[in-house]
Ligand binder design. Sequence first.
Ligand SMILES: Cc1ncc(COP(=O)(O)O)c(C=O)c1O
Length: 445
Amino acid sequence: MLSVSVSTCVMRSKVVARMSSKLLRTAISHHFSTTSLHFSAASFRRAFSTRMTVVPKSTDLLDTPSAYTQKSNKTHKSIDLRSDTVTVPSMEMRKAMAEAIVGDDVYGEDLTTSRLEQRCAELFGKEAGLFVVSGTMGNLLAIMAHCKRGEEIIVGRYNHIHRWEQGNYAQLAGISATTLEVKPDGTMDLDDIEEAIRVKGGYVEKMREESDDSEVTSIPDCHMPATKLICIENTHNYTGGKALPVEWMEGVKRLAQRRNLQVHMDGARIYNAAIASNITVKQIASYADTVQMCFSKGLGAPIGSIIVGPKDFIERARHVRKAMGGGWRQSGVIAAAAHVSLDHAEATIRADHERAKKLAKMINEATPDALRKKVYAKEEDITNMVLLHCENGVTVQQMNDHLQKHDILAMTFDAKRIRMVLNWNVCDENLDTIVNVYKKFVESL
Ligand SMILES: Cc1ncc(COP(=O)(O)O)c(C=O)c1O
């Protein structure tokens, strides 16, 4: 009996020791990264790109089980590239969580949370912020704070808000959507947006009174909901983590102002967009009235998102959050980790982008010429995601099974693409392992 419990104990302590040293290594690589940080207001390199990244037809998508429900056999040896949500909190985060000053946030008494909300409001150049449990909740609260039951949003059909949040705006809030085609760069056609705007009876009279703009010509019609909100996503997940062109966001903002609409940015990965566009998050946020950002993606915190916007908007969102069961108590324990993630945000994201570029290049270099039309990684406009295309007889299932067998976890994104997301638990050494496993696959074809 005794020997069993002793050996169990030894085994446990070995596992703990292994986990601790792994955590320590990842914590060190996270927090002592010496990558230099430089945001300049210099040139916007992405002017209405017409490069063809194929956004699959909806028929391709129908055959694919939801990417987010695929099961994996994760082990302690796995290199996990399924998402940037899979990271574990660093030692620094854990320490901050343990030491956080907390209180009941529903009473407005959790200092760590209030400071986070204020810090983010300043960071994004908005009046106020609200800490919420997830990106999905942040987007939903934002939509509900902008629109009343019976009103409408305009959103890309491949945007996360529409495609991966269960149509919650309709399901829970009685808000409808006009969904528009999304271009390979994550944008929607401005003319399509304009055309989709529907203005209910009373609004038109009001707008005509207030504006001598002859373009305000929508016909009053009691059949229609009133469009209130345009939702954009930056970076755009489904197009491979593309940063939206700044000129396009300017166009959306102008259009929204002219048509008396609001703009909400699903900026789950807004830091990735800022780094890729070489501007600050504040500048990116300036193209939207409200923004949602996730701490639990590339920034590496375990839980939480922030929404920012005007004070009255945040008050409405706070009110709805309580009804959704999202009013939390000593949330400072979690907000503390979010603070740490912000302290290191730029370095963390910049390192992910560099590794993603490197990985895509290494994959293409390892692909024999004869196979280049069958398997290739997109190298243009990469942020933290590498899209591995499998075509012309090579299937994503073949590729992903091979990767899984060798403890590399990636996501089958759709019928032709595997998504590999760099995150701060992946190091340079891992890139070599991934490419060696990939080489074995192409050699077997
Ligand atoms: C662009 C985008 N928005 C929102 C979300 C939702 O975030 P959460 O998983 O925290 O609900 C995700 C999650 O992957 C996302 O990629």
